[in-house]
Ligand binder design. Structure first.
Ligand SMILES: [Zn+2]
Length: 370
């Protein structure tokens, strides 16, 4: 195991932060796994603890057949943001920006340098594109903020990987995964091993999240250079490892084993692993995910647990205005799995309270919430 520490640019003097990358194994293929980019989403960090221990063990046994880079604390800026005894890890306090939005469009960045250089040899193209991505990320103007510097470092480590996993969680949720539709098949076994309750696919959520920045770059380049052989060389998914409190040891150990089995499937670890069970959910379009809101302010009581299968018309939660006695029951508009619930119990305007993964597309435009 090799530890690489990067100092983030633009820290205030005396407050510099560092990003630590743990690198295991050697070989052609590479996987990149990061945890807690939303720094208050800790199940991923807990799973990374198990992965770090197990990868060191497997490396010692000579079983790693590729490179695996692990970043257990992907967001040291957010991790240090305590505000009145509450962790604020989703948005950078200074700018209000979501840490997992607006990653650089790598295709846009490298396309000019690739013009006229890509041909019919897919493997050669992959090498060329990865070199161009690394050079471009090194060559662009210095990061204008600590947040930009962090995003660039993360992308620099991930952009030449064959497989990228970004470990997150929702507030109160079943395990669910996001990826582009073209890669759903790659991640079905991982979803099954993790006991996923939903797998949500979208080609462009409009948020330029980390997994999209990694996978979409190849799709955009393939479309930009249709006469060249450009494969989708980076398979990337956001893995929501349940809800915020889900940091139990047994669960983290099981999730780490599920991820290791997937790495083995991708040719990065040698040896026998248990076969994946059948997937317990369907792959559904992210545009089919209903975000349910309260019609007015009030205290919330949920009427269904996370993971419940609901039909359109089934009650999801009730909201009661305690002064005016206004009482509303909010029902599902689509049939599917109730895969996430808000953790706050007072309904606020504009904040979703429940999400249902349905089969029929019902949303358009920017699919990701802030
Ligand atoms: Zn997150």
């Amino acid at each position: 195991m090799q530890r690489i520490d990067h100092i983030l640019p633009w820290g205030c003097p005396g407050t510099e932060r560092s990003l630590s990358v743990f690198r295991f194994g050697a070989g052609e293929r590479k996987a990149y796994i990061q945890a807690s980019l939303h720094a208050d989403e800790l199940p991923g960090m807990r799973v990374a603890v198990e992965l770090k221990r197990r990868l060191a063990e497997l490396e010692g046994l000579g079983r790693l057949t590729g490179v695996i880079e692990l970043v257990p604390v992907a967001n040291p800026i957010g991790l240090g943001q305590m505000f009145q005894a509450t962790s604020q890890g989703r948005f950078e306090l200074g700018s209000g920006k979501n840490f997992n939005r607006d990653f650089t469009d790598l295709a846009e960045l490298v396309a000019p340098a690739l013009d006229g250089r890509l041909g019919a040899d897919a493997a050669a193209n992959v090498r060329l594109i990865r070199q161009a991505m690394l050079a471009a990320l090194d060559g662009v103007a210095p990061a204008g903020s600590e947040l930009q510097g962090l995003q660039r470092l993360l992308l620099r480590h991930a952009c030449d990987a064959d497989l990228v996993l970004d470990l997150h969680c929702d507030f109160d949720a079943v395990v669910h995964l996001y990826m582009i539709p073209q890669q759903a098949e790659t991640f079905t076994a991982l979803g099954a091993r993790l006991g996923a309750g939903a797998i949500l696919v979208s080609e462009d959520t409009g948020g330029s999240s980390f997994d999209e920045a990694c996978s979409m770059a190849w799709l955009r380049l393939a479309r930009r250079f249709p006469q060249a052989a450009v494969p989708l060389a980076c398979q990337a998914a956001t893995v929501e490892l349940g809800g915020m409190p889900d940091t139990e040891r047994e669960r983290a150990e099981a999730s780490a084993e599920a991820i290791l089995a997937s790495l083995a499937e991708q040719g990065l670890i040698a040896g026998d692993w248990p076969a994946a069970p059948a997937l317990a959910c369907q792959v559904t379009p992210f545009a089919g995910a209903e975000y349910a809101y309260a019609p007015h302010a009030g205290v919330v009581s949920f009427l269904q647990p996370v993971g419940a299968r609901v039909e359109a018309g089934d009650p999801l939660f009730e909201v009661i205005d305690p002064l005016e006695d206004r009482h509303s029951v909010v029902c599902a508009k689509t049939s599917g799995v109730l895969y996430a619930r808000e953790r706050l119990r007072f309904a606020q305007p504009g904040l979703w309270l429940a999400k249902v993964a349905g089969q029929q597309p019902i949303r358009q435009g920017r699919l990701l919430s802030d």
